[in-house]
Design a protein around this ligand. Structure first.
Ligand code: 3VV
Length: 159
């Protein structure tokens, strides 16, 4: 049950990611009271989490299992609770096992004020990376019901 995209996570980010033009995705994050850091503002770490999830979706579109190696966030503007961050992310390039992604977040609409930017290096892994390192009960649950796992289903294309 992923904290960023899982429906069952009461205070999770409930991110939904959609295919865009090229090797690119978009997503929206409604900033709830549970996501607070400073009073009335989003916690910056949760914004980085959202970037991790959105950029991490690119490799599922590319069908390359990969994990985050490095992730850098530029926090451009404070983001109040109750607003929606619109993300756009794309793959900038692939070199060997290394995938280079970038993303931006805008306030309240895809053409809204830019509030954050991020770039990341993801590293391709074999699927047994997850089986080897994950706690056994959750890994077994995925193996028993792979269709329950969002990333193992077909990519959600445009709504
Ligand atoms: C059968 C079971 C089925 C289960 C199926 C489930 C499906 C999965 C479902 C859903 C999963 C996705 C969910 C999305 C979540 C969002 C993404 C996350 O948050 S992921 C979690 C956070 N990240 C980690 O936990 C990584 C921990 N780190 C590692 O495991 C290793 O360090 C790893 C794999 C990243 C690299 O280790 P190496 O030993 O494989 O490879 P080396 O040689 O060290 O690196 C490869 C290349 O990358 C560069 N590199 C690696 N880390 C770097 C860094 N931090 N900065 C710069 N370069 C880096 C290296 O310099 C090297 O480059 P050169 O090929 O020599 O040019």
């Amino acid at each position: 049950m992923c904290f960023a995209c899982g429906d069952e996570q009461a205070n999770g980010l409930h991110l939904r990611v959609f295919a865009a033009e090229g090797v690119a995705v978009t997503a929206q994050f409604e900033v709830a009271a549970a996501h607070q850091g400073a009073p009335g503002l989003i916690h910056g770490g949760l914004l980085t989490l959202a970037f991790d999830e959105v950029m991490g979706s690119l490799q599922w579109m590319m069908r390359i299992p990969a994990v985050t190696g490095r992730l850098e966030t530029d926090f451009l503007r404070p983001i109040p609770l109750g607003r929606t961050v619109h993300f756009a992310a794309r793959c900038r390039g692939v070199h060997g096992r290394k995938l280079y992604h970038c993303a931006e977040g805008r306030l309240d609409g895809p053409d809204g004020e830019p509030v954050a930017r991020a770039s990341a290096l993801f590293v391709e892994v074999r699927l047994d990376h997850f089986a080897k390192h994950g706690r056994a009960e959750e890994v077994q649950a995925v193996l028993d019901n792979p269709g329950d796992h969002r990333t193992l289903r077909a990519f959600e294309v445009n709504p």
